[in-house]
Design a binder for this molecule. Structure first.
Ligand code: ADP
Length: 742
């Protein structure tokens, strides 16, 4: 949704026509396979190949970017461009978080290289990633910084492009006047160049901005302001003129823009109630969209045509047009437009007095509208269903929908009011800042005067000293040096402070991002675990059923195989549970409590009671176990995993003895040990066993998931402590860990 909004304001960011330039790609591939020796050429070729594939075939783009990554890594070459390209692929796939992540890496990489222009470009790209996600503050920071950098480096055109992005951010926040200001700045600048495609884009943006004073989509019932419509029309027409000037080699890319401009002109004419002229423009736009096979734009134009035909009273033609639009929106899963098209269809059916049919469509429309967050769309759906319920005299329903309509409308109003308020607040803040700046200037002026006066006094003193007081002269020189050093140091501190506050800002942004990502990850893990377990249960149940139903028919070998299936699915279920527990350790568990280890061990002994009894395990638990500051459920997991491992990896013929003891009582920490007399672990594996899924023994001998020790390590590290072990093969193993003393 946000991406859609952003693109609506800035065509420069949307995917243009996706036509592969086959000859270029072919010759690049040839170059790649012939230049096996020259690394730099290969890298440059790979970069071009990926760039050429990005908008047409992301799979190939990803394929070549993988090679690029390996190539740069093995030859120790810069990977900045790789990060940048992979970011662009994710952008194309609308994988926004990855787009942001890779752009961030590209930015850091270029910054480290000190490549200023590339840094500014990467910053712009990161800004776009933020803008797509609606992170306006972050995006605005990026665009402002890259704009400054571009200006400093003399790349005014790129700086102006940043202004365009800033303009689009204003438009997103409904600050139309501010948005227009930025766009106009860009237009003025570009008018001196012959960059027609950029000029056309800017005109499109300005036109859209003026048109948005009236609501972007046709079908909006707001009474339009003629002045704004004229301005919009003027800019769209100007944009079309620029489109005609665009050189042939970039023309294919400009076709999309041309169709958008034609469609926009048509929409303005629809607003002006000049329906016939509008239809003419829609036809031209449709023609181009079909040629470049842009499904979304084809559907949108059919939708607009349907609306215009309805206005003209050509109801059957309107119905035909909307029947062409809706299926495409459905295929693209473009919920807002599905709802809008259904509403238009219902409107047409009402005109044709087919109320029942219209009512059914409105019902669908209402159901679908529940999937969107766009209040305007919800409002449309409610309007539709209220109208048909009334027409069919289902007054009770009509009343309920009417109430819902009113509440949605109120929310829209409230949001608009809030936006107005923030806009006003922002304006006030800017004014306040300006006043402050003025005050600061006056103050600086005063300080300067004082400084000048001071230096005159010093000069006088120095003359005097020159005349006889040599000592004073000496002091003066010293003082001068000193002042310079102080000035230098102050400047350094100032710079460091600036850097620090920038880092702080970035850090808090990162923190916020991480919080969101963590939350998403947690949700994802729970859902994934749940979804994975259900087919596993089916596999296990059906393999057991199969065995039971064919008890007499199956050979022993078959039964054994089915048993394998059932066992493996059970094991996988256990692994998923373990994995889920593992992923939950880092969640915020609330404050730590005072926990008695003796209590924890009671719980663990209960949990493991059956295996302790069956295997005749002897648990030797120390009397003095103390209390720690932690979370009881985490500690139970920790002790249980280690004790269960001690039992599991026992020597088959010996009695298993597990000892739990304290080995060191410090002021703040206590060291515990859990020792067994089992099979032991070779020294070379001491570190690796703490890695997730790392197992030393086969599943046929010892069941397990390989997550237990990784979980133990995570738990201990959660409290900032350590876990380690001593072991001797054939004799036994002791695990040690520290915990915070209560
Ligand atoms: P799991 O027990 O599910 O296999 P863990 O992460 O708990 O996974 O342990 C990883 C591996 O470390 C085990 O597979 C085993 O090879 C080894 N290991 C762990 N604890 C012991 C122990 N007390 N004695 C011998 N080997 C052990």
């Amino acid at each position: 949704m946000i991406k859609k909004l952003y693109v609506a304001f800035i065509v420069a960011l949307s995917t243009t026509t996706a036509i592969a330039n086959t000859p270029i790609i072919d010759s690049l591939k040839q170059l790649l396979y012939t230049s096996t020796e020259e690394v730099d050429t290969r890298i440059a070729t790979l970069e071009s190949l990926v760039s050429n594939y990005i908008s047409v075939d992301q799979d190939s783009a990803l394929y070549y970017s993988d090679i690029l990554k390996t190539e740069t890594a093995t030859h120790n070459k810069s990977q900045c461009k790789y990060f940048q390209l992979i970011g662009k692929i994710y952008k194309e796939q609308l994988n926004l978080l990855l787009f942001q992540e890779q752009s961030h890496k590209a930015l850091q990489c270029y910054e480290a290289q000190g490549n200023k222009i590339a840094t500014a470009k990467a910053r712009t790209e990161l800004g776009i990633a933020y803008a797509y996600q609606g992170k306006i503050k972050e995006a605005s920071l990026m665009f402002n910084e890259s704009r400054l950098l571009f200006f400093q480096e003399g790349d005014s055109l790129s700086a102006i492009d940043c202004s365009m992005h800033l303009g689009s951010l204003h438009m997103m926040q409904n600050e139309k006047a501010l948005g227009l200001e930025k766009y106009s700045e860009a237009l003025e600048f570009y008018e001196n160049t012959k960059n027609y495609s950029q000029l056309a884009k800017i005109c499109f943006n300005i036109g859209t901005a003026y048109n948005s004073f009236e609501g972007i989509a046709v079908g909006n019932d707001i009474q339009p302001d003629k002045k704004h419509l004229d301005k919009a029309l003027e800019h769209f027409q100007k944009g079309l003129m620029y489109c005609k000037e665009i050189e042939d080699d970039t023309k294919s890319n400009s076709k999309f823009l041309e169709s958008q401009l034609l469609g926009s002109v048509a929409k303005v004419y629809t607003h002006m109630e000049e329906y016939d002229i509008a239809l003419g423009y829609f036809a031209k736009a449709l023609n181009i969209s079909k040629k470049i096979r842009n499904a979304r734009s084809i559907a949108e134009i059919h939708y607009d045509i349907a609306y215009t035909k309805l206005k003209l009273g050509q109801n059957y033609e309107a119905l035909d047009a909307i029947h062409l639009a809706t299926p495409i929106f459905e295929r693209l899963y473009y919920v807002d437009m599905i709802v809008r098209s259904k509403k238009i269809e219902a409107d047409i059916l009402i005109e044709l007095s087919q109320y029942q049919k219209a009512h059914n469509i409105c019902k669908e429309c209402y159901e679908i509208s529940k999937k969107t967050e766009t209040l305007d769309v919800k409002k449309d759906a409610l309007k539709c269903i209220t109208k048909t319920s009334n027409a069919l005299k289902i007054y009770r329903d009509a009343y309920i929908f009417q109430q819902e309509y009113i509440s949605v409308n109120d929310s829209i109003q409230a949001i608009a009011n809030k936006q107005n308020l923030t806009f006003q607040k922002k304006k006030n803040e800017i004014e306040k800042d300006n006043a402050l700046l003025l005050q600061k200037n006056v103050l600086t002026e005063l300080l300067l005067k004082k400084e000048r006066l001071n230096s005159r006094i010093y000069a006088l003193v120095s003359i005097l000293s020159f005349l006889g007081l040599g000592l004073l002269g000496f002091i003066y020189v010293l003082r001068g040096k000193h002042t310079k050093r102080i000035q230098e140091k102050t400047q350094e501190i100032k710079n460091a402070n600036k850097e620090l506050s920038k880092l702080n800002a970035e850090f808090s942004l990162l923190n916020k991002d991480m919080e969101i990502t963590n939350q998403k990850l947690n949700n994802f893990t729970s859902v994934a675990a749940h979804d994975l377990k259900s087919p596993l249960r089916t596999i296990s149940t059906y393999s057991q059923l199969l065995t039971m139903r064919n008890k007499d028919k199956l050979e022993d070998k078959d039964k054994q195989m089915l048993q394998f299936v059932s066992n493996s699915s059970k094991q996988l279920t256990e692994m998923i549970d373990d994995l889920l527990a593992f992923s939950k350790i880092d969640q915020d568990l609330g404050p730590a409590q005072v926990v008695s280890i003796a209590d924890v061990l009671d719980t663990v002994r209960n949990n493991l009671a059956s295996v302790i009894q069956e295997e005749k395990v002897r648990l030797e638990i120390s009397e003095n176990l103390y209390e720690v500051k932690a979370h009881k459920n985490l500690l139970s997991q920790l002790f249980q995993n280690l004790i269960a491992n001690g039992i599991k990896f026992r020597k088959k013929d010996d009695l298993s003895v597990i000892k739990i003891d304290t080995v060191d009582i410090g002021k703040d920490t206590i060291t515990y040990s859990i020792s067994d007399n089992g099979i032991g672990i070779e020294k070379q594996y001491f570190d690796r066993i703490f890695t997730i899924f790392k197992r030393l023994n086969g599943n046929s001998t010892y069941a397990g998931s390989g997550i237990g020790l990784a979980t133990c390590k995570s738990i201990v590290e959660y409290y900032g402590h350590k876990i380690w072990l001593k072991s001797e093969v054939g004799k036994g193993t002791s695990f040690f860990f520290t915990l915070p003393r209560a």
